[in-house]
Design a protein around this ligand. Structure first.
Ligand code: SER
Length: 341
C-alpha cells in the first residue's frame, strides 16, 4: 500500500513555510511530503514527513513520486516570481508552465489509480491582470476574475495560462475518449495580491517593495522604494494567504461555482505603507527611486480586486485589514524576529 500524502512543491518559499506550519498545527492531516529544488530549511524539517530535493521538471522524479505515494492533495507552489521571470522568460515558461503541466499530469494519473479526484491547489496572482493605463486603473471598480486579463509580464501570462490548464484538466481532459471518465483533477485556484510576511522575504517579485520596506526598517537599514509613492496595488498578510489556500482546499466541491477565485484584504499606496512602517519605526529612512521597468509592471496591476465570489462560495473573509495586518501581526512579529537574531 502506498501511503496517502499531501504534496507541496516549492515548499521552501515563503508561502510554503507558512503552509507547512499551519498544516503541522492541524489534526488528522495525511503526512506531508515536500519537494523543492533548494531542499527545505533545517528549522522547518521537523514539521514535515519527507523532504525531497528535486526539480518539478525532472520527470523521473515525478514517476518515483507516482509509484511511492498515493497523493491526495497537491499544493503546487513552485514558481519563478515576476521580476525574476522577466530576465529569463524561457526559464519562467519552463518552471511556471511546464512545471505546472507536469504536476497536473501527475494528479490526473494519481486520480486514475485511486479512483478518486486529486485536489490541486494553485496560487495565481494579480499579475494576470493588465491595466492599459493609470487613468483606467484609478477609475475602474474592483476587478472581477474575468476583466482586464491582459498581462504584460511573462509571469502573468504563465499564471493565466496555468489557470486555463487547470480548467482543462478538471473539465475537458480526454474529452474525445470513447468512455466517460469520471475521475480526475479537482483544480482550485486563488489569485493572490502582493503578500507580506513578518518572517520571510519573497525573492524576485515586483510587489516586494512592501515587505522589503518593512524588513529594512525593522533591521534599522535605509530603504529605497523602486516604485513611486502613489503606486497602489492590493496586499494581504501571509496568515490570511495560508487561510485562503486551506479554506478553499477544504470547501465542499458542490459549493464552488468557479475554479479561479480572487482573494484580497487591503489596498495601500507605497506611501501609506511607508507611513505605517514609520509609525512603528520612527527612525526608518524610506525614500523613492522608481525604476521604470518595475514601476510599469506595478502600474499594470489593479488597484483593487473583487473577491465577492470567494466570499459567497466558500466563506472567504480575511482576518487582517491594513491596520490589524501591520499593528497586530507584521510589526510585533517582525520586532520579535529581529530582536531574537
Ligand atoms: N507577488 C508576486 C510578484 O511580485 C505577484 O504575485 O511577482
Amino acid at each position: 500500500m502506498r501511503p496517502k500524502v499531501i504534496l507541496i512543491t516549492g515548499a521552501n518559499g515563503e508561502v510554503g513555510h507558512g503552509l507547512i506550519q499551519r498544516l503541522h498545527a492541524m489534526k488528522d492531516q495525511p503526512p506531508v511530503v515536500v519537494l523543492d529544488i533548494r531542499g527545505l530549511d533545517e528549522h522547518m524539517q521537523p514539521l514535515v514527513d519527507t523532504t525531497i530535493v528535486g526539480d518539478i521538471l525532472d520527470e523521473n522524479l515525478l514517476d518515483t513520486l507516482m509509484s511511492e505515494y498515493e497523493i491526495d492533495m497537491i499544493f503546487h507552489l513552485a514558481a519563478l516570481l515576476s521580476t525574476h521571470s522577466e530576465f529569463r522568460p524561457t526559464s519562467a515558461h519552463r518552471v511556471n508552465v511546464q512545471g505546472t503541466i507536469n504536476l497536473l499530469q501527475l494528479a490526473e494519473e494519481q486520480a486514475r489509480w485511486r479512483g478518486k479526484a486529486v485536489k490541486f491547489i494553485f496560487p495565481s496572482s494579480i499579475a494576470v491582470y493588465g491595466m492599459p493605463d493609470l487613468d483606467t486603473k484609478a477609475q475602474v471598480p474592483p476587478l472581477t476574475e474575468n476583466e482586464y486579463t491582459m498581462p504584460t509580464t511573462i509571469y502573468g501570462c504563465n499564471k493565466l495560462y496555468c489557470e486555463h490548464l487547470g480548467r482543462y484538466y478538471t473539465r475537458h481532459y480526454r474529452q474525445l475518449a470513447t468512455t466517460p471518465e469520471p475521475f480526475g483533477v479537482d483544480f482550485r485556484c486563488v489569485r493572490f495580491p502582493g503578500l507580506i510576511s513578518a518572517l520571510t522575504l519573497p525573492t524576485g517579485g515586483t510587489s516586494d517593495y512592501a515587505p522589503e520596506m518593512l524588513h529594512a526598517a525593522a533591521k534599522g537599514e535605509p530603504y529605497q522604494s523602486f516604485v513611486r509613492p502613489d503606486s497602489v496595488i492590493p496586499f494581504m498578510a501571509m496568515p490570511d494567504a495560508i487561510k485562503a489556500l486551506l479554506t478553499l482546499a477544504h470547501a465542499p466541491r458542490e459549493q464552488l461555482t468557479q475554479l479561479v477565485y480572487n482573494v484580497t484584504s487591503f489596498s495601500l499606496t507605497a506611501e501609506e505603507i511607508a507611513g505605517m512602517v514609520q509609525q512603528a519605526f520612527p527612525n526608518a529612512q524610506i525614500d523613492y527611486a522608481p525604476t521604470p521597468g518595475r514601476q510599469n509592471i506595478v502600474d499594470t496591476w489593479p488597484r483593487e480586486i473583487d473577491d465577492s465570489a470567494a466570499r459567497r462560495d466558500w466563506g472567504w473573509l480575511p482576518e487582517y485589514d491594513a491596520e490589524r495586518a501591520f499593528f497586530r501581526y507584521l510589526i510585533p512579529t517582525i520586532q520579535q524576529r529581529y530582536r531574537s537574531t
